[in-house]
Unconditional design. Structure first.
Length: 77
């Protein structure tokens, strides 16, 4: 690696070396961000599937409670 850097310095292509390093760092940052975004999407998908499974096991919300027990559902006359 040192020989490569010495070659760039001897030929005066230091700007090209800097551009290459910048492009490599930018590409790595983009790859890392996309990888994390994909992982977050997978985690969210897993969460939604677990929530759906929980709701299927728990049943519909209108069967979970007895309307006669709750005073908020009674009509005031």
């Amino acid at each position: 690696m040192s020989d490569l850097i010495d070659t760039f310095i001897a030929r005066g292509d230091l700007a090209h070396l800097a551009l290459l390093l910048w492009a490599g760092a930018a590409s790595f940052a983009l790859w890392f961000a996309l990888r994390e975004l994909a992982a977050a999407a997978r985690r969210f998908d897993d969460f939604v599937r677990e929530l759906e499974a929980f709701n299927r096991r728990a049943g519909p919300p209108w069967r979970a409670c007895d309307p006669a027990r709750h005073t908020s559902n009674r009509t005031i006359r």
